[in-house]
Design a protein around this ligand. Structure first.
Ligand SMILES: [Zn+2]
Length: 479
């Protein structure tokens, strides 16, 4: 990215292939990254029926707060439920940074000079928000503008859609991300010094650190239950870059895996860890397409092609890992079957490792839905984790219980990580890691042990899978 053109507006909510150049009041070109395309259905449905269901929004706000703050300090607000939620969220985020900014950066926290602005983008007469020419330009968006040190949100087409679909913590996550950009501005971390994708990963990480503080019960007004974290991450996945965006792209915010990874780092390790993220110490998995054939297929192989190719590759990978560990084995066969795998009472779902038989794949049972709905690597993760169960079995390790549940996810991640580093002719396509995150957040099959026991929460499944991606089979107790 040419540092001279680093966007002065930092927004997490970049649209799918929908960046628009607009002019700010000073006449300088700035890039507003609109989220409406990413939330296209949401924007459309909001426009179509004025507002999301009030009771769903009211319920999620009630579940996620112990009290609400007076939104009187929000400029342009309407005193409605969404602005009350947003005001409450930013009040707690500021309290977090008053406490943690001095610890991390050795300076006192400075409140936002420009404060907070709520915009009704559905109102054609709405005043132009800070740093843009018109309210319509920020439809579906929230952003931080350093020129005015202000956080702005769309209360018509972004926050209520998030609250209704994913719950109030998704609104908090977005605003905590934007406040993360205010933190960066104070700390001198700018787009001129780091690529956009690093700036965005750090802001996602700060949002994770804040939400962990909320989950721990430290916030004055907000609450977060473990069950609310998965939908919040699903909201973050919605804002992934379009498949095929290169991680060096000037507007890249990160794929689902990159963004969820950054959030989980903050959630696990806190704000000081986020502050240390740089282009030199962070690996991003987002890739551009490298072959025309792959682009044409959208990075997806049909199931009949995927199964034999991946079976061969899994065999090669784990044979190598076990050879390094001084263990020989016979790779299990992978076969499509025309009925639910019967071993162990079908406890593993439509893809199962059956001792003595190998990995059995029943395409009609769920696999077809995941393959079509999530993508080929949704199926790939199911296959890799069942194959990993075969590895545990072959090496005399437990195939049931918490250790097995962690190991199958971790080994599926280790195998996936090996695909990111060119080895053989079988590699991941752009979007495959996003598909892994989607299947891990949406389904517990990849975590099941031989008896159907699972790691319960999606975010834990993603975190365990990621340990393998980053650390390889050694991080999973193998090799
Ligand atoms: Zn951002």
């Amino acid at each position: 990215m040419d540092s001279d053109h680093s966007p002065p507006i930092n927004s997490a909510w970049a649209g799918v292939a929908h960046n628009e150049r607009v002019g700010n009041r000073a006449g300088t070109a700035i890039t507003a990254m609109l989220a409406c395309a990413a939330l296209a259905a949401g924007c459309a449905s909001v426009a179509g029926r004025a507002a999301p269901s009030g009771s769903i929004v009211a319920d999620t706000i009630r579940e996620s707060t112990v009290s609400l703050v007076d939104p009187g300090f929000v400029r342009g607000g309407d005193d409605g439920a969404i602005d009350r939620l947003a005001a409450t969220a930013v009040a707690d985020v500021e309290a977090f940074w008053r406490r943690h900014y001095p610890e991390v950066f050795g300076q006192p926290w400075r409140e936002l000079a420009g404060g907070f602005v709520s915009v009704d983008t559905a109102d054609p007469r709405a005043e132009a928000p800070p740093c843009t020419d018109s309210a319509a330009l920020i439809t579906g968006n929230a952003y931080y503008c350093p020129a005015e040190d202000v956080v702005v949100w769309d209360r018509a087409a972004l926050l209520p859609v998030l609250a209704e679909r994913y719950g109030a913590p998704a609104v908090t996550m977005v605003l905590a991300h934007e406040m993360g950009h205010a933190v960066q501005h104070r700390a001198g971390v700018t787009g001129a010094r780091q690529p956009t994708i690093v700036i965005e990963a750090m802001a996602d990480c700060y949002a994770g650190a804040f939400l962990r503080w909320v989950a721990d019960g430290s916030a004055e007004h907000l609450r977060l239950s473990p069950a609310q974290l998965d939908p919040t991450l699903r909201a973050l996945v919605t804002f992934r870059d379009p498949v095929g965006t290169d991680d060096r792209d000037a507007g890249a915010h990160g794929g689902a895996f990159d963004r969820v990874s950054a959030f989980l780092d903050g959630y696990a390790a806190g704000a000081a860890t986020c502050a240390r993220i740089t282009a030199d110490n962070r690996e991003f998995t987002q890739r551009a397409f490298t072959s025309a054939d792959d682009l044409e297929r959208g990075g997806n192989l049909p199931l009949p092609e995927l199964l034999p190719a991946m079976a061969r590759d899994l065999g090669d990978y784990f044979t190598e890992v076990l050879r390094d560990a001084g263990t020989g084995w016979s790779p299990p066969p992978v076969e499509a079957v025309d009925a639910a795998p019967g071993c162990l009472a079908g406890a593993q779902g439509a893809v199962a490792f059956c001792p003595g038989e190998g990995v059995r794949v029943w395409p009609e049972g769920m696999v077809a839905d995941i393959h079509a709905g999530v993508g080929d690597y949704g199926t790939g993760v199911l296959l890799a984790s069942r194959y990993a169960l075969g590895v545990l079995h072959a090496t005399g390790r437990p195939v049931a219980g918490p250790d097995a549940q962690r190991a199958v996810l971790c080994l599926a991640g280790a195998y996936t990580g090996s695909l990111l580093r060119p080895r053989r002719d079988f590699t991941v396509s752009p979007g495959d890691l996003d598909e892994a995150v989607q299947v891990l957040l949406g389904y517990d099959y990849p975590a099941r042990d031989a008896h159907g026991g699972v790691i319960g929460a999606g975010f834990e499944r993603v975190a365990t899978f990621r340990e393998g991606v980053l650390g390889g089979a050694g991080a999973c107790g193998l090799g």
